[in-house]
Design a protein. Structure first.
Length: 94
Protein backbone atom coordinates (compact mmCIF):
# COMPACT_ATOMS: atom_id res chain seq x y z
CA UNK A 1 0.00 0.00 0.00
CA UNK A 2 1.40 3.38 -1.01
CA UNK A 3 1.80 6.13 1.56
CA UNK A 4 2.17 8.77 -1.15
CA UNK A 5 -0.43 11.49 -0.79
CA UNK A 6 -1.28 15.12 -1.20
CA UNK A 7 -0.95 17.38 1.81
CA UNK A 8 -1.65 20.97 2.67
CA UNK A 9 -1.29 23.53 5.39
CA UNK A 10 -4.33 25.78 5.79
CA UNK A 11 -2.30 28.68 7.14
CA UNK A 12 1.46 28.53 6.41
CA UNK A 13 2.01 31.16 9.12
CA UNK A 14 0.66 28.63 11.65
CA UNK A 15 3.48 26.16 10.92
CA UNK A 16 5.80 25.63 13.89
CA UNK A 17 8.61 28.14 13.83
CA UNK A 18 12.15 27.21 14.86
CA UNK A 19 15.57 28.87 14.74
CA UNK A 20 17.95 25.97 14.06
CA UNK A 21 21.08 28.20 14.07
CA UNK A 22 21.91 31.92 14.03
CA UNK A 23 20.93 33.65 10.79
CA UNK A 24 18.33 31.03 9.87
CA UNK A 25 14.67 30.40 10.56
CA UNK A 26 12.41 27.49 9.64
CA UNK A 27 8.72 26.81 9.46
CA UNK A 28 8.08 23.10 10.01
CA UNK A 29 5.23 20.65 9.45
CA UNK A 30 5.54 16.93 10.28
CA UNK A 31 3.40 14.05 9.11
CA UNK A 32 4.12 10.34 9.26
CA UNK A 33 7.89 9.99 8.76
CA UNK A 34 8.26 13.21 6.77
CA UNK A 35 9.47 16.61 7.90
CA UNK A 36 8.79 19.51 5.54
CA UNK A 37 10.64 22.78 6.16
CA UNK A 38 10.50 26.22 4.61
CA UNK A 39 13.79 27.92 5.49
CA UNK A 40 14.87 31.56 5.42
CA UNK A 41 18.47 32.71 5.64
CA UNK A 42 20.00 36.06 6.53
CA UNK A 43 22.65 37.39 4.16
CA UNK A 44 25.97 35.68 4.97
CA UNK A 45 24.26 32.96 7.05
CA UNK A 46 26.25 29.72 7.09
CA UNK A 47 24.91 26.20 7.57
CA UNK A 48 28.01 24.04 8.13
CA UNK A 49 28.30 20.72 6.27
CA UNK A 50 26.15 18.04 7.91
CA UNK A 51 24.15 14.89 7.12
CA UNK A 52 20.60 13.72 7.79
CA UNK A 53 19.03 10.28 8.09
CA UNK A 54 16.43 11.49 5.58
CA UNK A 55 16.49 12.88 2.05
CA UNK A 56 16.65 16.68 1.62
CA UNK A 57 15.59 19.01 -1.14
CA UNK A 58 16.89 22.57 -1.19
CA UNK A 59 15.00 24.83 -3.61
CA UNK A 60 15.66 28.55 -3.96
CA UNK A 61 12.62 30.84 -4.11
CA UNK A 62 14.47 34.16 -3.86
CA UNK A 63 18.02 35.37 -3.34
CA UNK A 64 21.06 33.21 -3.95
CA UNK A 65 22.90 30.54 -1.98
CA UNK A 66 26.11 28.59 -2.40
CA UNK A 67 25.59 24.89 -1.67
CA UNK A 68 28.14 22.16 -1.04
CA UNK A 69 27.07 18.57 -1.73
CA UNK A 70 29.48 15.69 -1.13
CA UNK A 71 32.46 17.94 -1.90
CA UNK A 72 30.99 19.65 -4.99
CA UNK A 73 29.88 23.29 -4.82
CA UNK A 74 27.33 25.22 -6.83
CA UNK A 75 25.75 28.66 -6.66
CA UNK A 76 21.95 28.45 -6.87
CA UNK A 77 19.47 31.16 -7.79
CA UNK A 78 15.65 31.27 -7.85
CA UNK A 79 14.19 28.25 -9.62
CA UNK A 80 17.22 26.05 -8.97
CA UNK A 81 17.67 23.37 -6.35
CA UNK A 82 19.55 20.32 -5.19
CA UNK A 83 18.48 16.88 -3.99
CA UNK A 84 20.60 15.31 -1.23
CA UNK A 85 20.06 11.63 -0.48
CA UNK A 86 19.99 10.50 3.12
CA UNK A 87 23.55 10.56 4.43
CA UNK A 88 24.83 13.02 1.80
CA UNK A 89 27.07 15.69 3.34
CA UNK A 90 25.74 19.14 2.48
CA UNK A 91 25.87 22.74 3.72
CA UNK A 92 25.23 26.24 2.44
CA UNK A 93 26.13 29.91 2.60
CA UNK A 94 23.53 32.58 1.89
Amino acid sequence: MSTSRFFGVEDPESMSSVVPRPGTSSRVVNFDEVEFRVNSFDVDAVVPPHEHEFHSVIFVLSGRISVSLDGDESDLEPGQGVYAEAGARHGLTA
